[in-house]
Design a protein around this ligand. Structure first.
Ligand SMILES: [Zn+2]
Length: 275
């Protein structure tokens, strides 16, 4: 297929570029591909995108609590060469580096401050009430199609959508696998990630009543322990930006602390009840 230059980018072109960047080509394939690159701007752009994502994944900060998860992730990529196409698909939908290049909306700290105050008032209630309020606020402030909170259930190795607001609300209680999902990838990489048309990689999203155009996913921790992820999705041409990331990150930081407090209180209440 790479005998002549092409004008439009496709999934297959992205996949080929990623396989090339991951070093999955034989020397012959490599040579042929590089010859093609010299005359095809579309593929050159795809290679640039892929290498930006791969660099982003490889840049580990040893001080981060998530370093272990990322090392495990990179080991899996390395050891499962046979699944090279799967990894290529994953890298094809990860567009996190684009976030920093996009023009950003004006900051609205007043609105964010109000939302955090509202969430603080939920601290005396249950964890579910807090998560419900959290996804409602994320939906509104990020002007998203759907907002959700995926809680990690380690024993079952799944994420469960324990709170959802917006278009996909009816999917509440649904699960995605820990090892193969945008939430899982985000926890593996230990930092926020932006996905473009994730159903190209995570095929179960093809059954969603509304296709997802973009998903911005932020990891949430209680201390160093992963609680899950907070995310927003768009179902149209809405593109998320740095301001959306800032909002979600503020909510995620607050949520980790707040759920920690609520759970601690429950433990105390339970032990009091036993006494
Ligand atoms: Zn090409």
């Amino acid at each position: 297929m790479f005998d002549k230059p092409h004008r439009i980018s496709t999934d297959e072109i992205a996949e080929q570029a990623t396989l090339y960047c991951l070093g999955d080509f034989s020397p012959e394939e490599r040579k042929r591909y590089e010859e093609h690159l010299s005359s095809c701007a579309v593929c050159r752009a795809a290679v640039e995108d892929s290498s930006a994502v791969i660099a982003e994944i490889a840049l580990a900060d040893p001080r981060e609590p998530s370093k272990e998860a990322r090392t495990a992730f990179l080991n899996r990529v390395h050891n499962e060469k046979i699944k090279g196409r799967l990894w290529a698909k994953l890298i094809g939908v990860l567009i996190t580096p684009q976030l920093s290049a996009r023009p950003s909306r004006r900051k609205n700290r007043v609105q964010l401050g109000k939302a955090v105050k509202m969430l603080e008032s939920k601290l005396s209630g249950s964890e579910q009430e807090l998560l419900d309020a959290l996804v409602q606020a994320a939906l509104k402030l990020c002007n998203a199609g759907t907002a959700g909170f995926s809680v990690l259930y380690e024993d079952e190795q799944v994420f469960r959508w324990d709170a959802l607001a917006g278009a996909l609300m009816a999917a509440r209680g649904g699960t995605t696998p820990r090892t193969w999902s945008p939430c899982g990838t985000t926890l593996d990489l230990g930092r926020p990630q932006l996905f473009s048309h994730p159903s190209r990689c995570f095929e179960y999203f093809k059954d969603a009543p509304q296709p997802i155009s973009e998903g911005l996913v932020v990891p949430v921790y209680i201390g160093a322990k992963p609680l899950g992820t907070l995310w927003v999705a768009s179902h149209d041409d809405r593109k998320f930006d740095k301001e959306d990331l800032q909002v979600l990150q503020s909510f995620a930081d607050f949520c980790g602390t707040a759920v920690g407090i609520i759970r601690e209180r429950q433990v105390k209440l339970a032990s009091k009840a036993r006494d």
